[in-house]
Design a protein around this ligand. Sequence first.
Ligand SMILES: [Zn+2]
Length: 117
Amino acid sequence: MNIEYFKNKLEEEKTNLEKHLSRIARQNPKDPEDWQTNPENLNIMNSDPNEQADVFEESASKEAVEKEIEDRLNEIKSALRKIEDGTYGICEKGGCKIEKKRLEVNPAATTCIEHAH
Ligand SMILES: [Zn+2]
């Protein structure tokens, strides 16, 4: 298996995710693994009720997006750690090999197709 190929794919996705995250959230200076949505958006004291509702909605969906990206980023990071450890491509549930076509679709997959559910 060409680990370098998947490593590149993972690094590329990681860079993209971090770029995306930095647009909607900021990294916690005390914990670089933690991202927070921009707190300025929660400053709604002076806006009218209609606007407030919009801001709430927007910040809720932002948070959901942020969470999704952060989760994905953590999967990518853990896959990259596995490459370092030499355990990349091994199914976490059965110790079997993860199919190449599965890794092609999701290079951060942690299980083989059989153990996916
Ligand atoms: Zn398996």
